[in-house]
Design a protein around this ligand. Sequence first.
Ligand SMILES: *Cc1c(COP(=O)(O)O)cnc(C)c1O
Length: 234
Amino acid sequence: MTLTSDASQAIEQVRARINAACIAAGRPIDSTGLLAVSKLQTTDKIRHVYAAGQRAFGENYVQEAVDKVAALSDLPEIEWHLIGPIQSNKTRDVATTMHWVHSVDRLKIAQRLSAQRPPEMPPLNVCVQVNISGEASKSGASFADAEALIDAVAALPNIRLRGVMGMPEPGLGEAKTREQYAALRIVFDQAKLRHTSVDTFSIGMSDDLEIAIACGSTMVRVGTAVFGARPARL
Ligand SMILES: *Cc1c(COP(=O)(O)O)cnc(C)c1O
C-alpha cells in the first residue's frame, strides 16, 4: 500500500466487515470502533491511512511508538494507543506520549503511569489486559486477579479506566475463541457495573473481528487487514 486511495479502500473494506458483523449481531453499526494497528509499518503508510480518515492507531513497542508520535506530530487529530507489553523503565515514555494503553496487566505499571502522567495532559485511558488463553507465555492479568486490578486502576488519579483487553490463543478455532471471549465479557460487564467510566471491550483482530463483534467487542485492533503484511521485526 503506497497511496491514500489504497488506504481508503483497505479501511472501507474493514469498515464493511465491521458493519456487517454488527448487523449480524443485532448491534448498531457504530457500536464497534476501529483501532488501526500500525506496528512495524512506516510513518508514510500511517499518513495515508490517516488521510483516508482513520484517527486511532495502535503500536506495540514503546520506542517505536515514541519515535512515530514525534514524526507524526503534525497530524492534529491522531490518537495513539499502546497495545504491547510495558516494562517499568518505559512507563515515563508511555505516560508522556500515549492517549490510551490497552496492556496494563499489573498494578505497579498502572501506578507508575499515573504518577508520571504530566498534569497538563488529560488522564491516560487504560484497559486492563487479561490473559484469556491462560498460556504462560502471554501477558495479561489472570482471571483470578483481574477484578482487584481493575478496581485498583480505577482509583488512580491520572488514569481513566476504560475497560478490558484480551487476545485469544492463535489458531484456536471459532468455538474455543468464543469461549475465551465470553469469559472476558463477564469481567467487562461486571467492571462496567462497578465503574461508570468503563465502556471499552478491546477484542478482535484481522482474522477474528467478526467473532469478537458477536461477543460484544467495542473496539477491534486491526493490523494486516488495514496495512497489509507487516515487515519482520529487526
Ligand atoms: C499485532 C496486534 C494486533 C493486530 O493483529 P492483526 O492480526 O495484524 O490484525 C492486535 N492486537 C495486538 C495486541 C497486537 O499485538
